[in-house]
Structures are given as C-alpha cells and as structure tokens.
Design a protein around this ligand. Sequence first.
Ligand code: NAP
Length: 486
Amino acid sequence: MEKSMQTVQVKSMFVNGEWVQAEGGDTLRVINPATGEEAGTVSYGDARDAKNAIEAAHQAFKDWSRLTARERSKYLYNLYELVRSHRDELAGIISAEMGKPLREAKGEVLGAADNFMWYAEEAKRVYGETIPSSVPNKRIMVNRQPVGVVGAITPWNFPVNMVARKIAPALAAGCTVVLKPAESTPLSAIRLFELIEQAGFPKGVANLVIGNPESVGQEMTDNPKVRKIAFTGSTRVGKLLMEGAAKHVQRVSLELGGHAPFIVFDDADLDAAVAGLFESKFRNSGQMCICTNRLYVHESVAEAFSGKLIERLKKAKVGDGRSKDTEIGPLINQRALDKVLRHIRDAEDKGGRVVFGGQRLTEGEYGKGFYCEPTVIADVTKEMDIANEETFGPVVPIMPFTDEAAVIGMANDTTYGLAAYVYTQNNSRCFRMAEELEYGIVGINDGSPTQTQAPFGGWKESGIGREGGRHGLEAFLETKFVSFGI
Ligand code: NAP
C-alpha cells in the first residue's frame, strides 16, 4: 500500500447519499498483490470525514428506524438482487485488490448476497415479549429497538462478505451505519456502496469512509452519537477499540483472531480429513480467521496422513487469483509474507522439519507478487511461534498425539477460541469433542463450518458477540422493559 499526498478529485467516499472526496484531499493507491501493479486510486480520509458520516447517519436514524420492518426489508431485497446479479464483477474486483482465486471470490459474493436476503427476512421477526407480572395491577412488556448509529470496521480478507455480515443485520434492525473498510481493499467496498445507492436506501442510512485507521477509529469511539462498534480484525486492534468504546459505554461486537486446532483421530476417514484440511488451511491462501493453525494427528496415522496431504498439495495450482485454475493465490502484502516465512524459519531453528514447500516463490509469474509455497512442517512443538501465533498463510504444522484427553488439553491451551476441527468416525467421541473444545465454532468432520443462518464468533480472546443468523440481529438491538400500571 502506497500513500500519495497530492490532491486529486477522487470521489470515492459515500456520505449522506453523495459521493465525496476526503476533506483533506489525500488519496491512496491500491496495489494488486499478485502483480505489484496499481489496482486503483481512492480518497483517503480521516476523523473529519468520519465525523461528517456519523452526523449523516445520526440524522438518518430517526426516519430509518421508524420504517416498518417490511419496508426496510424491501431495500435489503433490492440489494440482494443487485449483489447477486453483479457477482462476477464484484468477484473480479476482490481478486484484483487482494489476490483471492476467482472461484472463491464468487463464492464470497454469493455469501454476501445471502446475508442481505437472510436479514431482509429476519428484519420481520424482531419479536418482543410479555411476561406475567407478580403485581396484579401491572403489566410487563419487553420491546426490542435498534441500538442507533453503528461504526463498522472490516478487514481485507473477505472484503465484501465481512461488510455484508455487519451492514445487513444493522440495517435490518433499524440502525444506520458508517463503514470503514480495510485500506488494502476499498475498491470492492466502493462498488458495493454503488449498489447500495442503486438499491434506493434513503440518504445517510449507509455511509462509507475510507481513511486513516487510527483517526477514523478514534472518531468512532470518541463520538457519543455512535452507539455500537462492530469490528472484524486482529485481537490487537479489537482490544484498542474495546478500550475506546468504554468511554461512552458503546456496545461492541468483536470478531477477532484465531488459532484453530485440527484434530485427526486414528479412526478418521483420512481422505475426507485431507479434503477438510485443504479447505480449512489453504482457502484464501490460509488468510482466514478460522484457518487451521495446528494440525494434531494421531501418531498411528500421522505418516499416512501427511503422505496423502503432500500428494494433494503437489496438485495445488498457486498463482494469480484471476487465472481460472488457481487454487492458492498470493498473500496480501510483503508484511504478511515476511510473517509466514518467519514462522517457517523459527520452526526449523527449533527442530521442525519442512517436509513440503517452505520457500517464497519468485520465478516467472511469481516474481512481482507475494507468493509462498504451500508448506508442511513436521515435528512441531509448543515452543515454536507457529504453535502460538496466528500464521495467516499456507503452512501446516503437524503435531502428533496419542491420547484423547491429552489432545483436548493441547487444543484448548491457547488464548484464542474461534474455530476447532475434529475428524473421527466414533459417534461418542464426536459428542465428547464438541463439548470439551473451548471454541465458538466446532467442525466435526467438516472443514468449512460457516453458513449464513449459523452464529459465527469466538470464545476467549477471539471475540465478543456473534454474526450470522438470528444471533447476528441481536447484536444491533437494545432491550426495553415497559411497565404498565393499569
Ligand atoms: P487489522 O489490522 O486488525 O485490521 C482490521 C481493520 O481494522 C482494518 O479496517 C484496519 O484498517 C482497521 N484498523 C487497524 N488499526 C486500527 C485502529 N487503531 N483503530 C481502528 N481501526 C483500525 O486486521 P487485518 O490484518 O486486516 O485482518 C486480519 C485479522 O482479522 C486476523 O487476525 C483475522 O483472524 C481477523 N479476522 C477475524 C474474523 C472473525 O470473524 N473472527 C474474520 C476475518 C478476519 P487498515 O486496513 O486501514 O489498517
């Protein structure tokens, strides 16, 4: 990412229903990580732009929240149709700005569309309660109301769906939104907001600010008109936002980092487990919060399993995400590549054996991009960085185990608690593992445990709150107890 400080007329922020440039006039060049070439130039704002957008969202809140749910739902349906019909275009933008293989990018866009449809429906099911009173001349009613203006901040790894998972339930609940997308991936957010404009949402209901993360983030937490922070990103930034949100006791939803264990028992279907691991480790080049970060394989099947895994990796095509047959794209930037290579070298220094891959790819088409070979490391131990830190890259560290209780202890021995995976054909063990793992999401014989209608989120330092399904709507609602004297 390169910043250019010249003032140019780039109107790529959407505030109060208008396309505007940054107040300060700065711009930002977006770089394609597959080629190092420019993918676009956008406005680059700061707290001033965030403040304008928050004011617009604040002004729009009253009318938007007072619409009937059925009316709000119509706008979300329009958006669903538009996102679906622009699937290929949006996928192409995602691929160009962050390197994701086109097939995956198309899946991401359909996932985003599905969120708009789901919450268009769910908007109509915000039910309250009546509760029997213990006092004869009183009646208890419980209402649900939208929390207010939402400050949403999203990462680059799912640049369209992470936005959809916040703004769809927020708008359905009756909230208005200011979104700050990641600075690596503003282009898909801009296109999505053009579709939001086309869907006819009233002005100020959804606003887009691209800009300096500290400055925009601080305005969101300093400004008392923002009543909720909805964030997806690293645990480090999540903690900073949580501290900031304490000032005005803003509500927070945090979808943070992970360090997923993937456990293969001796009774597992090894072919299914390899397929599941490939999905959970190499999708998005290993840059997912729910990516496997520790592979525990029962020692009696460890050799057979790693043999099958390496055979699969030999066939995996690494390349520019825009090529049709690419399965694994580049990493997002040099910093990400450096971290992945550091984890590999640290593991080697501490006795790990690289049994497949292990290097940056630099020849030919790989020369200008940030490519790492899919990598398998054997003999990994708890002392290695890779066994504790999120790698966010295409590296599988293998740790053998012998006993169920021990592997549960190892799997839970982390500050993270987002996703965990188990492969076994023993039904009783399936239930035991599902109950014992301290994670918000457990995939049993499933390497891809995400669906629009299911609650997605982490335990421990992986986050607070849930996105997806009816739980995702809860995050944007307040509860009001009304006591009627009669
Ligand atoms: P990140 O550095 O935390 O950035 C996420 C967002 O926060 C970006 O928009 C970033 O802006 C912004 N940001 C950075 N510093 C900020 C600050 N001081 N105040 C306010 N906003 C700030 O994370 P990332 O590298 O983009 O994303 C990868 C992380 O996200 C991983 O840890 C991954 O596990 C996590 N993640 C979690 C989930 C989940 O659902 N649990 C899903 C996807 C990703 P800039 O881009 O402008 O820096």
